[in-house]
Design a protein around this ligand. Structure first.
Ligand code: 3EB
Length: 316
């Protein structure tokens, strides 16, 4: 099974890791640092001291760079990270970067992308056409998926969220031909079927992806059908997001106490005490949770939650 770990930002990463994502105070192009593909994202956690997410690999790990994409793989899994410089229009660069990523995964023999993360600066701002930045990004991503990927392999679980840094950072994990399954949530319209009022092209992601024992849960918010519910009410939004996750993972026989490697994204700094309390009550006491203060892809969303369900945590 593949699993991530959250570690302190200054903890060195012993050999064999596929990836290190540093949630701290800088953003930039991914690089190979001490042999490990590393992506820095400007988005402090609640403690304002940052943390790193590590994806361990099994030796031998091979790494490389392809069209600015930094990658590493072992025999089973591939990690890849990319970066799109800040711009007043993201559609074409996003289409290009995703197209390169799809070519890379096929070339290296890991054609099944099971989990992606996208971090978008000024996500609720406007591009030079007056289109919301998130929608601009979604347009390029959707075209890339349509052109070259979705027909064969569907769309992975994902997160698309704000960052305080410059430039779009993204990373993903892929595997070889396998029994990976993308999962939808009957409480929510599939994101790729959202109507046009949310943007010219719908977001390209599945609500979750099951792989082996793990269910990767996409960023999940207070959306029922395709509509935001409880605009302006943090507690009610939290409740709907949690119910959405419980319903999604329940369909695969997991419960909330099975959720780990949780990230809680919240819009307003003043909501941190509330989301901390709510998370304590909702998740297993041993679950690893990080809180990140960022903008969320719809201006009316106050909180978004992601995680990985597995059988490792127990309720007793
Ligand atoms: C939503 O359900 C909330 O654009 O990759 C969640 C997860 C959201 C992923 C993405 C967006 C994305 O529509 C937003």
């Amino acid at each position: 099974m593949i699993a991530s770990r959250f570690v302190r930002i200054d903890e060195t990463c012993e050999g064999g890791a596929l990836a290190r994502i540093v949630f701290g105070d800088t953003s930039g192009r991914p690089r190979i640092e001490n042999g490990v593909p590393t992506l820095h994202l400007d988005m402090y956690d609640d403690a304002r001291d940052g943390f790193a997410e590590i994806w361990p690999g099994a030796a031998p790990v091979r790494s490389g760079i392809f069209h600015g994409l930094v990658f590493a793989h072992d025999d089973e899994f591939l990690f890849c990270a990319g970066f799109i410089p800040s711009s007043d229009r993201y559609t074409d660069a996003t289409r290009q970067a995703y197209g390169d990523a799809f070519a890379l995964v096929r070339e290296l023999g890991f054609p099944k992308i099971f989990r992606m993360w996208n971090f978008i600066p000024h996500i609720n701002g406007e591009n030079r056409e007056g289109l919301e930045v998130y929608r601009d990004f979604c347009r390029g991503r959707a075209v890339a998926f349509e052109e070259d990927y979705a027909a064969a392999s569907g769309m992975p679980a994902a997160t698309g969220i704000g960052t305080s840094g410059d430039g779009v950072g993204f990373y993903f994990l892929a595997c070889r031909e396998s029994a990976m399954r993308h999962i939808e949530n009957s409480r929510q319209t599939p994101a790729y079927e959202y109507p046009q009022r949310y943007g010219p092209k719908a977001p390209s992601f599945a609500r979750g992806t099951q792989l082996g024992d793990a269910l990767f849960v996409s960023g999940t918010a207070s959306i029922l059908g395709h509509e935001t519910v409880h605009a302006g009410d943090l507690r009610k939004q939290w409740g709907v997001a949690i119910d959405n996750i419980a319903h999604l993972i329940g369909s695969q026989n997991y419960a909330l106490h099975n959720l780990d490697q949780i990230k809680v994204y919240y819009r307003h700094a003043t909501d941190l005490p509330s989301v901390t309390k709510l998370a304590k009550a909702a998740f297993h006491p041993d679950a690893n949770i990080r809180f990140l203060k960022v903008d969320i892809c719809r201006a009316d969303l106050l909180v978004e939650i992601e995680g990985i369900a597995s059988r490792l945590l127990r309720s007793d």
